[in-house]
Every structure is written in structure tokens, then in C-alpha cells.
Design a protein around this ligand. Structure first.
Ligand code: SF4
Length: 610
């Protein structure tokens, strides 16, 4: 009997803003690849394993590479998105160093013919462009005989050949795929959520979007397959069925489809989420959405400006959107309306007009404003220089300047949107001071700067990691602290790093001189020497404390009234203030919105001060 070649499929998560369990990183793409390979009989030759979400989401950069290498894989496949591509490539390099014979294949929306910095990565052997299942199966089949596929495979980029492949025609029938949940590859109970793709392909061709590039038309899942998935969702007691379809109401049989979703959810055991266009939603369809138990939907508006609409090739009928959104809101459905800031053709005035229109029409209770990302593979990327778009060279590829909008304008418009709707798009989460034990990783380095101890080994650190420093007096330890931060980030450059500074038995008389804003700014500067995805993501957003690295100053609440308010305000410019213990109701009420109260021993956040 021959030994099966081990294939591992991994999907790294969206970087979290802080420690705490990462949810939602369901490796659906990898699961589909495994399922399709199984149907092609390839499991007779390959042992294909999808790396469980909790492992892929918990392990730090180096821990993940070591974990993958320890399993001695013959091939590793990574699903690549905007938010994980740089980290994935780093892990791939590290994996190649540890296991040079392992072949590496990447796929996902970040893998496009014009994304040279990814395709040129030496650690990559193969890259799948477009829909993945057939290409991946064809690759595995070809590798049974040769080191590299002897003949070109549509959709497959082979690094040694450096030629862009022919277009991969999508699967002729989405029903050929089956469900990775029903096949037992994914467990919906794990996240109490089932991802369901009932359509592939989009009738629209928005120029900022890559999705339609992979599909020549729309492909639909048959009603019986949808029924089977919904029945499975009920059996697994999920709380949510998350529909991945690009535009739910692009289908001609939308009303029947909603009837099917309602029928599959008797007693409204779970709720649905999906994206749709506001146009075309009538009172009747809104009622059907409610009956099925849609509690939340996302509606793309992007811009109300005719010139911007023309440039992005997306025409919005504002009156119809208004009717549709109102109808859904009247049914009690939460409608998240998306706006893009930085579209070609838009100006400060037109974006402002769009925001005010949403507010005045009462449609923006759940506004989501995004900066334009000039994504690889999109028409906007292709036309970027003709359109005069300057953008970040690495994800999230945010536009930094257009002929009408300067960087300051983009920033100011995001601030304006938050102020207009009195919301914070990404509010600060409470600091995490409690760490559940995990046999594979350590979440925290407790560093007593007066009696330093080494950090946990790099290959045992978690993705979201905490350096918890204590000292009688921080002042003499600034460089030690900065070196500690640098060393952690050199080992695991993509960490979400929380740095807690906890003065031991602080004296309110001397503390302000020992730990001031300049001190913290110096530590923060060490944190930010190599920005990663989240740092760039928040670079154009107000709320300067957001990013992959965060400072937290932890102090006893009883001291707060003895500390100078100006000093606290200055600290809050660069760090989150966390208070341990309890105080009088007056003190608790006097806390600012960005301060948090934490219990001292259980390290549980009792309440964010609001
Ligand atoms: S943004 Fe949505 S509607 Fe537009 S092309 Fe992409 S998937 Fe289709």
C-alpha cells in the first residue's frame, strides 16, 4: 500500500484588534477544494486536511509555520485575501525554510495576474487564479506524474514558467460541488454559523470589485441543495446562516428564493444575513425577507454622485434605494448601507452630499463608510494611472489621492461621517487581561522590568500576543521595553500586540514624571516601525489608537482622583487607560469614554466606561 501525500489547506484570519477569540475564519474555500478533490478520487493519493479554524486563528506567525512543517506536508495550500496575504507569504517563506521540499500553492481573491508582488514571491510554487476547485484538482492530478504539470492548466500559474494562465472557466454547474458541511468537512456547530453560497457570479460589473472577473455568468444552487443545507443548519442548531451570494436579489426568482429560505427556517430558529441592492426591494419582498428571518442586510450605495457612478460603472437609482431601504427598516431589518470614500469622480462636496442625503432620508443608522481599495485584478487597478489614483502599494491598497481628493480630505470625510452619524466605525475594544490556557501557545509575556525574564519561545506565541510589563518605576527601562517590543515583532511581525504597562504600587505624586506621554510615544514608535495590514487599514481613519499594536496603561482606580487630569488626557492620546479595582460611583462616572474598568484579580473587564 502506498503512502498518501499529505496536503494541508490553511486560511489565516483577519487580524484582530486585540486579544480574544477570533471568530468567523471559516475555511470554506479549502473545504470546497477538499470536497471537489474527493469527488475526483484524489483522496486515493492525497491525504487532504483543512487546518482547523481555531488553530489557524490562534497560532502566531512562527508557531503556525512550525505547526505546518511538523506535519510534514507534501503540499500546503493557502487561501489568500487582502487581510492575510502578507502574513501568508511570510509563513510560506518560513515553511519553505523549515521544509524545503514542501510545495506551496496559493489561491483566493488576492491571486490575480496583475498582482506581481505576490506572484513573484519565491516561496510560491503555484498560484491559482480565478475559481479554484477544478484548477486545484487538475494540479493534484498532474503532480501524480511530474514535479510540475507537463501541460498548462487553465487558471494555474507555475512559478518556474512565469506565464499567466488561460482563463479558468467556472464549473458548469454549481451543484456539482456539494456542501462541505454535509460532507462533514466543516462543522457548522463550531461557530454556530453556516456559510451558504447559493450563487456564483454577479450580473453587475462595479469597477472596484474583483468578483465578477472570475465568472462569465451566474451559477445557481438548486432548491433541493439549498433545502439540504438549511436542514443541516437546523440540525446543528446554528444561530446564523450567512449567505455569501454577491447580490441576493440579482436572481429573477428572488421572491421564490425567499420563500425557500423561510420554509427552511420554521420557527425562525436562526437568522439570515445577506448582501443585496436596495433597488427592487418592495414592501412585499421586505416582508418576505422578514418572514425568512433576515435580521440584518448590507446594501451597497457607494456614492450618490452621477460622475462617480459613471466612473465606477454602477448606477444607483436613489429613489428606488430609498424605498427599498425604508421598506426593510420598516420590517425591523437592520440595514447596513455602504459608502465608499475616495471614488474617482467624487469630490469632498459630493461625498458630503451623499452622507447628508443618507442622514436626511433616515437611511444611515447603520452606515458603513470604507476607503476605496484599489484592488488587484479590478478595472480600477487597471485604469489607476489614467484615473490619477495613488494608492497604498500593499493591502488594503487604500487610495491615498485622487484628482479631486487629497489625503487630508479622505481622512476628514471619514471623521465627518462619524460625527454626522454620531458613531465610531471601529470603537476601541476593552483591553484583554485574561488569558485562557492553551497547550500549544502562550498568550502573554509577563515581564517584570526590575527582574527581567525571557519571553516565551517565538514558536509558542499566539497571533494576538500581550507583553505585560510591570515596574516600580518605568523611567529607567524605556530602552529595555522598546527592545522587547522590537524582538517580539522581529520574531512574529504580524502579531496583534497589546503592551500593558502596569506600575507597581504607584505613587500618584511621582508617577506622572515616571511615565508620561513622551515615554509612551517612544514605546509606540517601536511598535510601529514595521506597519502591518491593520496599521495601514486604520491609517486613513480617525481614532489614532487603532491598529495592530496597542498600549494599555493599567492603574488602580482608587488613584484616579489623585492623578492630574492633564496627564491622563495626554496619556490617552497614545494609550488606552485601564483601571483595576473599584472606585466610588462618582469616580466611575467621571471616566472618559475610552477608559475601561477591569477587575484586578480575575482580570475581567467589568465595564467600559461610557
Ligand atoms: S460590488 Fe457587488 S454588485 Fe458590484 S460587481 Fe461586485 S459583487 Fe457585483
Amino acid at each position: 500500500m502506498h503512502t498518501l501525500r499529505r496536503v494541508l489547506l490553511a486560511q489565516l484570519p483577519i487580524p484582530p484588534l486585540g486579544p480574544g477569540r477570533i471568530r468567523g475564519n471559516v475555511p470554506l474555500a479549502g473545504a470546497y477544494l477538499k470536497l471537489f478533490a474527493r469527488q475526483r478520487g484524489l483522496e486515493n493519493f492525497y491525504d487532504i486536511d483543512v487546518v482547523p479554524a481555531h488553530r489557524a486563528s490562534t497560532l502566531g506567525d512562527r508557531a503556525l509555520a512550525v505547526h505546518l512543517a511538523a506535519r510534514r506536508p507534501w503540499l500546503v495550500g493557502f487561501t489568500c485575501y487582502l487581510w492575510n496575504i502578507e502574513r501568508t507569504l511570510w509563513v510560506a517563506r518560513e515553511l519553505k525554510r523549515l521544509s524545503p521540499a514542501t510545495r506551496i500553492v496559493v489561491g483566493g481573491p488576492e491571486i490575480t495576474g496583475d498582482n506581481a508582488w505576490v506572484l513573484d514571491e519565491p516561496a510560491i510554487d503555484f498560484a491559482v487564479i480565478g475559481e479554484g476547485e477544478q484548477t486545484f484538482a487538475a494540479l493534484l492530478l498532474a503532480l501524480l506524474e511530474d514535479e510540475t504539470p507537463p501541460a498548462p492548466i487553465p487558471g494555474l500559474y507555475v512559478s518556474t514558467r512565469k506565464e499567466l494562465p488561460a482563463f479558468r472557466t467556472p464549473l458548469p454547474d454549481l451543484n456539482m460541488l456539494g456542501s462541505p458541511y454535509l460532507a462533514g468537512i466543516l462543522d457548522a456547530a463550531e461557530e454556530q454559523m453556516l456559510l451558504l453560497e447559493t450563487t456564483r457570479g454577479c450580473v453587475f460589473k462595479c469597477k472596484f470589485c474583483y468578483y465578477p472577473k472570475s465568472y462569465d455568468k451566474q451559477y445557481y444552487l438548486a432548491p433541493e441543495a439549498i433545502r439540504a443545507s438549511l436542514s443541516h443548519a437546523r440540525d446543528k442548531d446554528v444561530r446564523e446562516v450567512f449567505l455569501l451570494d454577491p447580490t441576493l436579489n440579482q436572481r429573477k426568482d428572488f421572491a421564490e428564493f425567499l420563500g425557500l429560505l423561510a420554509e427552511g427556517n420554521p420557527g425562525q430558529r436562526f437568522h439570515y444575513f445577506g448582501e443585496l441592492r436596495g433597488e427592487g426591494i418592495t414592501e412585499k419582498t421586505a416582508a418576505l425577507l422578514r418572514q425568512a428571518n433576515f435580521t440584518e442586510v448590507e446594501v451597497g450605495l457607494q456614492s450618490i454622485d452621477p460622475e462617480a457612478m459613471l466612473r465606477m460603472d454602477r448606477k444607483n437609482n436613489l429613489r428606488a434605494i430609498q424605498r427599498g431601504v425604508r421598506a426593510m427598516m420598516a420590517e425591523g431589518i437592520r440595514v447596513r448601507v455602504d459608502m465608499i470614500v475616495g471614488l474617482p469622480g467624487d469630490t469632498v462636496e459630493s461625498v458630503r452630499r451623499g452622507l447628508h442625503w443618507l442622514r436626511d432620508e433616515g437611511l444611515g443608522d447603520d452606515l458603513q463608510a470604507f476607503n476605496l481599495a484599489v484592488l488587484p485584478g479590478t478595472a480600477f487597478r487597471h485604469e489607476a494611472s489614467a484615473l490619477g489614483l495613488k494608492f497604498q502599494p500593499r493591502p488594503p491598497y487604500y487610495v491615498l489621492e485622487t484628482p479631486n481628493l487629497r489625503r487630508e480630505d479622505l481622512f476628514a470625510l471619514m471623521r465627518e461621517a462619524q460625527e454626522l452619524f454620531e458613531i465610531e466605525f471601529d470603537a476601541q475594544s476593552p483591553p484583554v487581561l485574561e488569558f485562557a490556557p492553551d497547550p500549544d501557545v502562550e498568550f502573554v509575556w509577563r515581564l517584570d522590568l526590575d527582574r527581567p525574564s525571557p519571553a516565551p519561545p517565538p514558536e509558542r506565541r499566539s497571533f494576538a500576543f500581550t507583553l505585560w510589563a510591570t515596574a516600580d518605576n518605568f523611567r529607567p527601562h524605556r530602552e529595555t521595553l522598546r527592545s522587547g517590543v522590537r524582538a517580539l515583532l522581529a520574531d512574529n511581525p504580524f502579531s496583534t500586540l497589546q503592551v500593558i504597562l502596569e506600575p507597581r504600587d504607584p505613587d500618584p505624586e511621582v508617577l506622572p514624571a515616571q511615565l508620561d506621554e513622551a515615554y509612551l510615544a517612544a514605546v509606540l514608535a517601536a511598535c510601529q516601525e514595521s506597519p502591518s495590514y491593520l496599521d495601514r487599514y486604520y491609517a486613513l481613519q480617525p481614532g489614532g489608537l487603532l491598529g495592530a499594536k496597542r498600549l494599555v496603561v493599567l492603574l488602580p482606580l482608587r488613584l484616579r482622583e489623585h492623578l492630574p487630569p492633564a496627564w491622563l488626557d495626554a496619556l490617552a492620546e497614545v494609550a488606552t487607560l485601564a483601571w483595576s479595582g473599584t472606585g466610588t460611583p462618582e469616580i466611575e462616572e467621571s471616566l472618559a469614554g475610552h477608559e475601561f474598568i477591569c477587575s484586578r484579580d480575575g482580570q475581567r473587564v467589568l465595564s467600559p466606561a461610557t
